[in-house]
Design a protein. Structure first.
Length: 368
């Protein structure tokens, strides 16, 4: 029942269901338009991420790193950089859900700033998730839709990651070095055998994403591993995201059969630059996952869509699912004004969006 409730209350899924039902009045979806490679890839990714979450891998890393932080700047740097790295492998959602409560517990104990560090953790998770094909679900769709090779994907993502990290390092310089007591690390037992096996499955999944092997096999192995470790892991999977992908494939299949709509969309993605901006702007109002699926069906400019969809995760609260989780997690665990946080968080998000939009445009124009 909890799983069904979580699915039912997902806002993006609710909107997807409505527009999909409306589209069915105008056309019937074609089976061939549903990208099953993407669906199986996302399902495998979500399963593997939940196995890692169950094994508390990220918690152990966080506690180890915070034990060496002796001032506020170092603490902020460690948490933000960990969020970048965790976002690469575990995705931005799990990263913010794990690291933000942990940081806020420390912040409340020693009366440390809460707004800027939590904002940086959320932004770091989005930056890290953009680096890998599986960090963001829409990256999986991009790889599948345009048959992107690993070399080409990382050719796009490495410059974006490096520039984003440089910008973050500049922000760290403005954080004061206030001394804090050494953090006591909690003893968390990590089960090495299932962790190593999960990592092997993760590598198998990597080959599946890039079609070296059929993605169905990594999915079956991941589900089997989850059931072997603890069947309840399967209850934690974000089924709403899978249904959102499915709904949008159906919706786009329908509108592809409507010439007026097709011509209208083609008019906004007629070039690399227009695709780039269309992806960023649409992400602000419909989140970057459905935006990528929508724009991706009507353009062949893969790099522009990659940059636009990942940069579009910044800005509004619905630009990325992780943004909404940052706000929700902060409201649940923080001890400072929620209103003040939302205002300052929004300002930083849009400043980051504007700066990264300019940088992304430069990467696109100069083919970096």
């Amino acid at each position: 029942m909890t799983v069904l409730k979580n699915i039912a209350k997902d806002r993006i899924l609710q909107i997807t269901v409505i527009i999909t039902i409306v589209s069915l009045f105008f056309a019937r979806p074609r089976f061939a338009d549903i990208n099953f490679h993407t669906l199986w890839s996302v399902a495998a990714m979500l399963t593997i991420i939940q196995i890692y979450a169950y094994l508390h891998v990220l918690d152990v890393l966080a506690y180890k790193l915070t034990s060496i932080a002796d001032n506020t700047r170092k603490l902020n740097m460690l948490f933000t950089l960990l969020s970048v790295i965790a976002g690469m492998f575990l995705g931005n959602d799990i990263t913010v859900l794990t690291l933000i409560p942990l940081y806020l517990n420390i912040a409340k104990r020693y009366k440390l700033p809460q707004i800027l560090p939590v904002t940086l953790i959320g932004m770091g998770a989005n930056i890290g998730a953009a680096f890998t094909p599986w960090g963001n679900p829409h990256n999986i769709f991009l790889v599948s839709r345009f048959d992107v090779s690993p070399l080409l994907f990382f050719k796009w993502s490495v410059p974006y990651l490096i520039i984003s990290l440089v910008l973050m390092c500049l922000v760290f310089l403005f954080i004061p070095k206030k001394e804090i007591p050494a953090q006591k690390t909690e003893t968390i037992q990590i089960s090495w055998r299932p962790t190593i096996i999960t990592t092997m499955v993760f590598i198998f999944f990597f080959f599946g994403v890039f079609r070296v092997t059929n993605i169905v096999w990594p999915l079956i192995v991941a589900i089997g591993l989850a059931l072997a470790i603890n069947p309840r892991i399967m209850l934690k999977i974000d089924y709403a995201l899978l249904l959102t992908f499915t709904g949008f494939f159906i919706f786009i299949s329908d509108i592809q059969q409507m010439p007026v709509i097709v011509n209208l969309i083609h008019g906004t993605v007629y070039s690399e630059v227009s695709t780039y901006f269309a992806s960023i702007i649409s992400s602000q109002v419909m989140s970057n996952v459905p935006s990528t699926i929508l724009v991706g069906k009507f353009t062949n400019y893969a790099q522009a869509l990659f940059l636009g969809s990942n940069i579009g995760g910044f800005g509004s609260a619905i630009g990325s699912m992780a943004n909404m989780l940052v706000l929700k997690t902060f409201n649940q665990h923080a001890s400072v004004s929620r209103k003040k946080f939302f205002i300052q968080w929004t300002i930083m998000q849009f400043v980051g969006l504007i700066i990264l939009t300019v940088i992304g445009l430069g990467l696109l124009i100069f083919r970096i």
